[in-house]
Design a protein around this ligand. Structure first.
Ligand SMILES: N[C@@H](CCC(=O)N[C@@H](CS)C(=O)NCC(=O)O)C(=O)O
Length: 242
C-alpha cells in the first residue's frame, strides 16, 4: 500500500499544500491504491518538507520525484504523447508555477491578516494548549522568512502584483481556452499548475492578488475543472480505517 505523508485538506482543497495536491493528483489520475497520512511530523521528513511517499521500505521525498516514481510504478507516462517542444513548454511552465507563482500564492495566504486568520484554527490543532496559542504565529514567521529569503517577500505590493499578472497571463496564453494545457488530456503541467491556481482562487480574503485571479474566468474554470477531475475530493481522501 502506498502512503502519502501529507498536509491535510482545508478551504475546499484536498490539501493546503499545492505540492501535496500535485502528488495526490498523480495517485488519483493513475488510479493507484493509496492512503493519506496527515499526522507525520514535517520536521522529521528527509527534506523537512511534505509530501513524502512511502512504498514499503522506500521513502520518497519531493513531489517531482514522487511523480516519476508513480508513473514508473503504474507503467503510464502522462506526457508520453507530447512533442519535444510541448515537453519543453511543460517543463518551463512547471518550474514557473512551482518556483515563482507558488511563492506569490504563499505570500497571499500567509501575509494577509484575514487569510492568515482562517489558517490559524488548523495550525492550533498541531499542539496542545498553551503551545497551541503561540504555534500559529511561530509557523507564520517561518513561512514568511522563506518568502522573504526567496525575494518575493521583500518586494513592493505593486511589483508582486505585476509579477502575478505576468504569470497568470502566461498560463492563460498557454491554456488558450483548451481544457488542459496540452491536447490529449491532462498532463504533468496540469497537476502542477492547477493546485497553484486553485489555491489562489480559493483563498478566502478579498486581496488584490485574489481579484487578479478572479479577473481571469478561464483560469478559474480550469482550476475548478482540475479539482473535479484530477484530484480527490477533500471529503473523500483515503484515510486509513480507524
Ligand atoms: N520541492 C518540494 C516542495 C515541497 C514544499 O515546499 N512543501 C511545503 C508545503 S507547501 C513544506 O513542507 N514546507 C515546510 C517547510 O518548508 O518547513 C516538492 O515539490 O515536494
Amino acid at each position: 500500500m502506498l502512503i502519502l505523508r501529507a498536509i491535510g485538506p482545508g478551504g475546499g482543497l484536498p490539501s493546503q499544500s499545492p505540492f501535496v495536491m500535485k502528488a495526490m493528483g498523480f495517485l488519483h489520475v493513475l488510479g493507484l491504491d493509496w492512503q493519506v497520512d496527515t499526522k507525520a511530523d514535517i520536521r522529521k521528513q528527509p527534506n523537512g518538507k511534505l509530501p513524502v511517499l512511502v512504498d514499503g521500505d522506500k521513502v520518497i521525498p519531493d513531489s517531482a520525484a514522487i511523480a516519476l516514481y508513480l508513473q514508473e510504478k503504474a507503467g503510464r507516462w502522462l506526457d508520453a504523447g507530447l512533442s519535444e517542444y510541448e515537453k519543453a513548454v511543460s517543463h518551463t511552465v512547471i518550474r514557473m508555477a512551482e518556483e515563482h507563482l507558488y511563492f506569490l500564492a504563499v505570500y497571499n495566504r500567509w501575509a494577509d491578516e484575514e487569510n492568515f486568520a482562517t489558517l490559524r484554527p488548523s495550525l492550533q490543532k498541531i499542539a496542545p494548549f498553551p503551545m497551541s496559542n503561540i504555534l500559529p504565529g511561530i509557523i507564520r514567521k517561518g513561512v514568511l522568512k522563506l518568502v522573504d529569503a526567496q525575494g518575493i517577500g521583500r518586494m513592493s505590493d505593486e511589483l508582486r502584483l505585476a509579477r502575478l499578472k505576468a504569470d497568470l497571463d502566461a498560463l492563460d496564453a498557454v491554456l488558450a481556452g483548451k481544457e488542459w494545457m496540452f491536447d490529449g488530456g491532462p498532463g504533468a503541467a496540469d497537476l502542477s499548475v492547477a493546485p497553484m491556481i486553485a489555491t489562489l482562487t480559493k483563498s478566502p480574503a478579498d486581496t488584490a492578488m485574489h481579484r487578479e485571479i478572479l479577473a481571469r474566468p478561464g483560469l478559474v474554470a480550469y482550476g475548478e475543472r482540475a479539482l473535479a477531475e484530477l484530484f480527490p475530493a477533500p471529503d473523500a481522501l483515503p484515510f486509513p480505517p480507524r
